[in-house]
Write a protein that binds this ligand. Sequence first.
Ligand code: SF4
Ligand code: SF4
Length: 97
Amino acid sequence: MICQRCGYCCIHLDVNIVDPRAVLPGVDIDPGKRDVWVLKPKGQRCPHLSFQGDLAVCAIHVMPCYKGSPCDQFEQLGREDDLCVLGAYFKAASYEK
Ligand code: SF4
Ligand code: SF4
């Protein structure tokens, strides 16, 4: 699945994310922290999300803690090179960023 970085899933889905309070910015999870996962409720913008123009940017995307996270494992049925249909759905449903 090819992500078009619209950021809709980072706002409109329930997803477990790394607790921002457990992150050493630009590094990884603070080794002194426990219980590093928190639920980001649907409709609430993920605290790791920002935008550069219309392009979604995830602050932890390149950190080791992102590997294997629910966001990292997010996929859809279909071919690997299909565009994400979820973003198109949200867009068609006129969700706001
Ligand atoms: S952790 Fe990153 S990819 Fe996951 S919801 Fe937050 S901004 Fe989006
Ligand atoms: S909804 Fe799809 S295209 Fe948009 S950011 Fe999420 S995975 Fe990427």
